[in-house]
Design a protein around this ligand. Structure first.
Ligand SMILES: [Zn+2]
Length: 311
């Protein structure tokens, strides 16, 4: 991303303001769960791409004693976030296309038969889930802020809306299915986004989403070393918190399970090295002997898959 759009967060973070209430439920009983970590990184598109290796960097993360939500504070301003996501360019994601397709072919089964239903994939990125949804029989279109990624998805013949979800909700379009794969943790106001998601669905329509799970065994065991504590993750749910928010937003939770990703062995080893520096030499050595293109399904139970019905 060009220099002028990078917004340095150094001055904001050194002030270390303390939140006075939970961003979700408004309760004021908060505690600092994870202090700020790592060197300062500018809020720019490089750090905010999907395949970012910017682990071990984050502002302070607070937890709400009432609703259980974890959230980073201070939050980046909305305009800066939109600008950063609009400018994302992520060629590494394209190199992982085959594995993303395998991941989505597995997850699309949780949506049930397509039956010609109209589907909106929120955070559609390069359109790989759209390809899988179309091949399964959905009338699929996307919503994606990145100009680079949305252009790629459009080149595959898809309608892709380059606008925030609440803007889309004000259109006349309505959908039978909304999908949000690894999106909600990036949103500063998930309540508002779920309200927009509800507006976009017909009564009885389905919302399917995945997000990291702070209540999982892996997250609890690793604590501050859990690799998903990172700059671009603004809010962190567990199963009860997300279910409660969905119910409050006008959804009925139908199913909560875990989400599996398929990645190449090379990508997994790079991710391991970036997340756990102590393992980096081993990961590097393995890269030389393991066929790096091998697809590896990964499910540590710390990514949840949730299906809900619009009431
Ligand atoms: Zn709360």
């Amino acid at each position: 991303m060009k220099e002028s759009t990078a917004i340095a967060r150094e001055p904001v973070r050194t002030l270390l303001p303390v939140p006075d209430r939970c961003v979700l439920c408004g309760d004021s009983r908060l505690s600092l769960r994870f202090p700020a970590r790592g060197e300062m990184v500018p809020l720019d598109a490089g750090a905010w791409r999907c395949t970012s290796f910017g682990h071990r960097h984050h502002p302070p993360i607070y937890g709400c004693d009432d609703c259980g939500l974890l959230f980073q504070w201070p939050m980046p301003p909305d305009e800066a976030l939109e600008e950063a996501y609009s400018g994302v360019v992520d060629p590494l994601y394209m190199a992982e296309r085959d594995n993303r397709i395998l991941t989505f072919r597995s997850v699309v089964r949780s949506l049930g038969p397509a039956g010609g239903r109209r589907l909106l994939d929120v955070g559609a990125y390069c359109g790989y889930f759209l390809e899988v949804a179309r091949e399964r029989g959905f009338r699929a279109e996307g919503l994606e802020l990145s100009r680079w990624a949305s252009a790629l998805a459009r080149s595959q013949g898809f309608t892709v809306h380059t606008e925030p979800l609440e803007v889309r909700a004000n259109s006349a379009d309505r959908y039978h299915v909304l999908t949000m794969w690894d999106v909600i943790e990036h949103l500063p106001d998930p309540r508002e986004e779920l309200a927009a998601a509800r507006m976009l669905l017909v009564p009885g329509g389905r919302l399917h989403l995945s997000t990291i799970d702070t209540g999982s065994l892996v997250a609890r065991l690793l604590g501050a070393r859990w690799p998903w504590l990172m700059d671009m993750h603004l809010v962190y749910f567990d199963r009860p918190t997300l279910s409660a928010l969905l119910e409050e937003a006008g959804f009925r939770v139908l199913d909560v399970g875990t989400y599996s990703h398929t990645v190449s062995a090379g990508y997994l080893l790079r991710k391991l090295g970036a997340s756990f520096p102590a393992l980096a030499p081993v990961a590097r050595a393995l890269t030389r002997v393991v066929p790096t293109h091998w697809p590896v399904p990964v499910n540590l139970g710390d990514n949840m898959l949730v299906s809900a019905e619009r009431i």
